[in-house]
Ligand binder design. Sequence first.
Ligand code: SAH
Length: 223
Amino acid sequence: MRIDIISVVPQLLESPFSHSILKRGIDKKLVEVNIINLRDFATDKHKTVDDYAYGGGAGMVMMIEPIAACIEDLRSKCTYDEIIYLSPDGELLDQKMANQLSTLKNVIMLCGHYKGIDQRIRDHFITREVSIGDYVLSGGELAAAVLADAMIRLIPGVISDETSALSDSFQDGLLAPPVYTRPADYKGLKVPEILLSGHNEQIEKWRHEQSIDRTKKRRPGLL
Ligand code: SAH
């Protein structure tokens, strides 16, 4: 998979891809992540990428020219399955969408700022709009990092124990059961006996019951 992320604050995206599981995916060449600085496509000497909104009102709007030039430059070198704009009014990201997007080959993610981007970009260049939740962030970078993380960890080979990604919350419409590790007894706080029993079948049954119980209590809408 190749993910090209267009941003005016590329520094915000350095850390998420430089550590842990995402870094491992990149090192194993299972995914390539390129951060593109939108200011490189500005045409004036101040590297302007935003301007006042037509019709007035507070807040700047990201201009069509640098974004269009950047997307066209990328498209001249690669064919993309999706050009995604991160936006609070987009389709709400969930595990099903992450699963589907994780099978794509080449993706652009465009991060907005200020009041957002000129609507003409959304109408003519963007193929999909994704929101990471019903709240407003100051920029699309953190949202792009969230979306990319949710996609990359599902690529076979990125997580060493592949079944682990499949047993996460939401994958089977249920929340994950509680998990424990050593010590078995911490100052009297004990790990459930069943997990120490070695009876795999019974352990799986217990986990499934715990999942159902947790989902009923916390997210009944998923059932
Ligand atoms: N005026 C816009 C919000 C702009 S926030 C509105 O009311 O809809 C600035 C940028 O942050 C957006 O262009 C988008 O790229 C990003 N952003 C903010 N909240 C987001 C969310 N919940 N999901 C995805 N991207 C978001």
